[in-house]
Design a protein around this ligand. Structure first.
Ligand SMILES: O=C(O)[C@H](O)COP(=O)(O)O
Length: 327
């Protein structure tokens, strides 16, 4: 099937590689690093395709305004900012680049775990403020601790391999991954109820769908070890924030590193209070924000769009992505 794509709107700071590649194949592009909802509604009728990261909400209203729109490309993995159902009903295709930023998301997850274990952020902040306090920032080793990985897709597996090298016991859950597959990346598959009491660290890598919304809630937290540490580089909605704030205040959760939030940028008072907790490290959705990942996601989405216009132009796309990730 050939799709007629003459003009692509690229937003959210997608890397220049995307436009360069499309232009090289005769497809015109308009790039707007930041776009308001109003501007998007004005601009979208002029384009056959839209390329976004996670910031732009591709709602039914946007899809309805896109009278020529044929494809929405997500230069990244999660498509929860796109109304996929409405797109389907309108015959607008949704494509993404799920593997292209996995390594970067994995590396940020591992970084946050280490930084959390050794109180790097508060210790550095204190020293910059003139306080030399070694005893206050005594950390704990990761070796010998149990890491629970929830969601064993591309990112979760990469995290397992790396944290195993740090000497952690890796346990995990994913309904779509077998125990034998888990063993290949040093992970023992367990049922969720068996995971909660064992985990010293929990890291979240499931997509945000109805069944995973509020995955970490009061009932789950009750079953966890006191002082459990939680890392979320997945999606904000995976954590029930009111329950989580309570658990942070009571010490049930001993530390958290959060890169994603229910609403971004966060304005909800509960989210803002979570961010301000002393035991919390927070970053502004930086999982995929590396030079390398942004080149890859932009390129992969552009290649997929070119393939829709000229089928077979990039026949080795998946092989290429796999090669890059395994390098
Ligand atoms: O879903 C993703 O791919 C990541 O959360 C990255 O999102 P971003 O492209 O907005 O950085």
């Amino acid at each position: 099937m050939v799709v007629d794509i003459k003009s692509v709107l690229i937003v959210d700071g997608v890397g220049a590689k995307c436009a360069e590649l499309l232009n090289a194949y005769g497809i015109a592009t308009t790039t707007k690093a930041k776009i308001s909802k109003e501007e998007l509604l004005m601009e979208i009728p002029n384009h056959d395709a839209l390329v976004v990261r996670s910031a732009t909400q591709v709602t039914k209203e946007v899809l309805d305004a896109g009278v020529k729109l044929k494809v929405v490309g997500r230069a990244g993995a999660g498509v929860d900012n796109i109304d996929v159902d409405s797109a389907g009903k309108k015959g607008v295709g949704v494509i993404n680049a799920p593997g292209a930023n996995a390594l970067s998301a994995c590396e940020l997850t591992c970084t946050l775990m280490l930084v959390l274990a050794r109180h790097v952020v508060p210790a550095s902040t204190a020293l910059k403020a003139g306080r030399w306090d070694r005893a206050l920032y005594t950390g704990s080793e990761l070796a010998g601790k149990t890491l629970a990985i929830l969601g064993l897709g591309r990112v979760g597996r990469e995290v397992a391999t790396r944290m195993y090298a740090f000497g952690m016991n890796i346990i995990g859950f994913d309904p779509f991954v077998s125990a034998d597959q888990c063993a290949q990346f040093h992970c023992t598959k367990m049922e969720l109820e068996d995971i909660w009491p064992l985990a010293d660290y929990i890291t979240l890598h499931t997509p945000l769908i109805e069944s995973t919304r509020n995955f970490i809630n009061a009932d789950v937290l009750k079953q966890c070890k006191k002082g459990v540490k939680i890392i979320n580089v997945g999606r904000g909605g995976l954590i029930q924030e009111t329950d989580f704030l309570q658990a942070l205040k009571s010490g049930k959760v001993g530390g958290a590193a959060l890169d994603v939030f229910e609403q971004e940028p966060p304005t909800d008072p509960v989210t803002l209070e979570i961010i301000q907790q002393p035991a919390v490290i927070a970053t502004p959705h930086l999982g995929a924000s590396t030079k390398e990942a942004q080149v890859r996601v932009g390129q992969e989405i552009a290649e997929q769009l070119v393939n829709l216009v000229k089928p077979g132009t990039f026949p080795t796309l998946l092989a290429e992505v796999t090669r890059v990730l395994n390098k």
